[in-house]
Write a protein that binds this ligand. Structure first.
Ligand code: BJ8
Length: 424
């Protein structure tokens, strides 16, 4: 039976049979990985609902926003200051890039040995699979890793792309560059939307995005409890959804989920037996619907209690100072906050090592799994230093490199089971 949203997908120019196949696979995958869990919170119904309507209701909302004259801006990196987008009354969506559908099309324009995330976004565009992508009036790229910045040059031929220059170091001159880049982005967004970003609008946007960070921090605080009250898979999904659901609704719903979680923590209830090894994930972002590693870990008698990644604490740890009185002060607050991001694209990047060690201790983890996508130089190379820093603290580490295919699941499972066995 045709979906009630098919007319929308047609209007957006999607390849309908390929898109149907994508939704079918996603549904099966979600059923196997998420619905099979026991002891889920009632608040997880929000997650199930958002996922079931991922290409439906939310796309319709974007469509309505566009009809009302608002613009939709797509991003791939947590460096893009969402506050600027919201302050111009535009909608910001983090584009997924977590599935391997469309890979063949991507490999027609990119080398095979490109990281899966880059191939995924290129493939989604070329194969016309993603209604979010097709709803965007502007795609914002960034000069983080070489793979991404060169891929955006190709993507420009298929979509309206704007690229922000991200500094590679954190010296004073880099802050100056980043300030200029934020101002340049502000001009571009104002041009696109026809809306002036005033101090009042920016201040409201800063609060909205900070509120979302606050609720995610609250969730992360609650899940520290022993026994673990929520699965790593569910928290990863919460983080993934934070990139494309409406920020105010998301904050409200996750606030409700936290209240339920609080009760559970007070009662001392957990979702895994006492003594289950607590693992932290560290490394590359796991974009929707990349649930492979958390699923393998949590089917190997361990539980994930933290994600040191952009779809995790790297995106929520730092807040923007809300005390700026003038627009200049607010922009400066954005500069400061975003310059604290500890992406492996920076050199040196010692803050990341410190943050990983602090987080691992704070969460009382038994071990860390460093996760990198194959061919991702920043993270695969930095893994060496991460391993050293953790070993120095006596925290066991397992390094894994993978992509989005399911071919290596058995190998990963064997390695992770052996690691968990060693921790036990
Ligand atoms: S701030 S981590 S979202 S750049 S996995 S495409 S680095 S080759 S995603 Fe990232 Fe922004 Fe940094 Fe975060 Fe390149 Fe590596 Fe691929 Fe990556």
């Amino acid at each position: 039976m045709a979906s009630k949203y098919e007319h929308l997908w047609q209007e957006l120019g999607l390849d309908i049979p390929a898109h149907d196949a994508l939704l079918k696979t996603l549904g099966q995958f979600y059923g196997d990985i998420y619905m099979s869990q026991s002891g889920r919170l009632r608040g997880a119904e929000y997650l199930d609902f958002v996922l079931s309507e991922v290409h439906g209701l939310r796309i319709q909302e974007l469509h309505e926003a566009k009809r009302a004259g608002r613009k939709v801006i797509g991003t791939f990196c947590i460096f893009v200051p969402e506050e600027i987008v919201l302050a111009a009354d535009a909608v910001c969506v983090g584009l997924c890039a977590g599935a391997e559908m469309g890979q063949e099309e991507a490999e027609r324009v990119l080398p095979r040995n490109t990281c899966a995330l880059i191939k995924s976004f290129m493939g989604f565009k070329l194969a016309r699979l993603c209604p979010f992508f097709e709803s965007c009036d502007l795609i914002v790229g960034e000069t983080t890793c070489d793979g991404k910045k060169k891929a955006y040059e190709i993507l420009t031929e298929y979509a309206p792309v704007y690229v922000m220059e991200i500094p590679q170091m954190k010296e004073e001159r880099d802050r100056t560059l980043w300030l200029e880049e934020i101002l340049r982005f502000k001009d571009r967004v104002e041009d696109l939307t026809g809306r002036e970003i005033t101090g009042e609008r920016l201040s409201e946007a800063i609060r909205t995005v900070n509120d979302r960070r606050r609720v995610l921090q609250r969730l992360n605080d609650l899940r520290k409890a022993i026994p673990t009250p929520i699965s790593g898979r569910d928290v990863l999904l919460v983080n993934q959804i934070s990139f494309y659901d409406d920020p105010v609704r998301f904050t409200e719903k996750i606030g409700e989920l936290c209240e339920e979680l609080e009760e559970r923590v007070q009662k001392g209830e957990g979702i895994v037996p006492e003594g289950t090894p607590r693992l932290m994930l560290s490394g590359c972002p796991m974009a929707l619907p990349n649930w492979k590693i958390p699923y393998v870990i949590e089917s190997s008698n361990a539980v994930v209690v933290g994600e040191e990644s952009c779809i995790g604490t790297r995106n929520t740890r730092e807040m923007v100072d809300e005390n700026g009185g003038s627009i200049e002060e607010m922009i400066q607050a954005l500069v400061e906050r975003y310059m604290r991001i500890d992406c492996a694209c920076f050199t040196p990047n010692d803050e990341r090592l410190e943050n990983i060690v602090t987080m691992a201790k704070d969460l009382q983890v038994d071990g860390v799994i460093h996760y990198a996508l194959q061919f991702c130089h920043p993270y695969t190379i930095e893994a060496f230093k991460v391993e050293k820093a953790l070993e120095k603290e006596g925290i066991p580490v397992l390094r894994v490199e993978t992509d989005y295919s399911m071919e290596d699941v058995e190998v990963l499972k064997n390695r992770i089971e052996a690691f968990v066995g060693m921790l036990q």
